[in-house]
Design a protein. Structure first.
Length: 363
């Protein structure tokens, strides 16, 4: 791939891209309302700058639907409920659909009990956790989301994958500062960014990954064959382990090395789990008092003396929120790799990729 092609970028209209992706899911037997949820979760990731969890995932989602490794019409049901506790079976549905419905169920119970813990089993890759955190924040709830993933990360001191880049997400409403959302992988970087680099033929930064022998590498394909690394060494490893216990072991889903790889295993269902904790802020402190205090907290935080070369102190999720507002108006960029993939998915269905491209840049 030439340097010029690598840098060719297309800007997509978010509304049209969402409709385009929804239509593709519908053609693969996903009900329109549920196809919209998945498409919306992907486009929302692109809008927030989380391109590794955006429409670049369309290809693998569709491939797993075609191979009947994911159920397009799941019967998401409650396995067990007891007060503020609910255990949900996702019936091997698309991860965004299952997690969205589970969050809805949790929100309703939180309104009754003040808190709720939701355990999910028999699900699939749910994308970026911020999507579900925002769903809860609309109801003035604090929300934690713990996930697990196929083994692509070596434990601290190890030279082979054992844990996933198991994600953790947390959020609270922050008044005039918008939603405060921490959404992160337990690795130095989400593996999706390494996959994206491999697709585009670009190097990855030092410190992201090791090769199959356990040596540091900046080569994306070598990193995919090896392992990504936990952030902060033993700390990221510990959080990844905790997430796997809550999302996998507790929910009776797959965990550790038992989770089939999303891309490389096209024979087995994944049976991924998740764990959601919701808290009604108003049950502990009046929401208006909470908002006033957190606005005060953040305003003081932003007045902290800046280190050299820094211009702002951001709260978690602020950069993504600012970018989302900008991209909702201007569109979001994707590479030629993503355009080619979307074109191949849409063409047999009579969908035209040019219909969702606003413009090209960096050509």
């Amino acid at each position: 791939m030439s340097e010029g092609i690598q840098q060719e970028t297309f800007v997509l209209d978010p509304l049209k891209a969402r409709k385009f992706c929804t239509s593709i899911f519908v053609e693969h037997h996903v009900p329109e309302e549920e196809g919209y949820i998945v498409a919306d979760s992907l486009v929302s990731s692109n809008l927030r700058g989380l391109d590794s969890h955006g429409i670049t995932r369309m290809g693998i989602y569709v491939e797993r639907l075609k191979k009947k490794l994911v159920n397009p019409t799941p019967n998401v049901k409650v396995l067990k409920e007891k007060g503020a506790i609910v255990h949900i079976d996702g019936d091997n549905g698309m991860g965004a659909v299952v997690t969205h419905k589970a969050t809805e169920m949790g929100i309703e119970r939180t309104k009754s009990f003040g808190v709720c813990s939701v355990s999910i089993t028999h699900s699939n890759h749910y994308g970026a956790g911020a999507y579900y955190i925002k769903q809860a924040l609309e109801h003035n709830l604090a929300c934690h989301l713990y996930g697990n993933a196929p083994p692509t990360m070596a434990p601290h001191g190890g030279a082979e994958p054992f844990l996933g880049t198991n994600p953790y997400s947390f959020g609270v409403p922050a008044g005039k500062y918008g939603p405060l959302i921490l959404d992160m992988a337990s690795s130095v970087v989400a593996r999706g960014k390494v996959i994206l680099a491999a697709k585009e033929g670009t190097a990855i930064p030092e410190g992201w990954a090791i090769d199959i022998q356990g040596y540091p590498t900046t080569d994306a394909p070598a990193a995919l064959a090896g392992s990504v690394l936990p952030f902060a060494g033993p700390k990221g490893y510990g959080i990844a382990l905790m997430n796997d216990i809550l999302a996998g072991v507790l929910s009776q889903s797959n965990y550790g090395k038992n989770i089939p790889d999303l891309y490389r295993n096209m024979e087995d269902i994944q049976n991924i789990g998740a764990f959601i904790q919701l808290t009604d802020i108003n049950e502990f402190t009046p929401i208006e008092v909470f908002i006033r205090n957190i606005e005060d907290f953040i305003s003081e935080l932003k007045r902290v003396k800046l280190a050299p070369s820094y211009k702002h102190i951001y709260i978690p999720g602020e950069i993504e929120e600012n970018l989302e507002k900008e991209r909702l108006v201007e569109g979001f960029p994707v590479s030629l790799t993503e355009i080619t993939m979307l074109k191949e998915l849409g063409q047999p269905l009579g969908l035209h990729i040019d219909d969702i491209i606003s413009r090209r840049k960096d050509i």
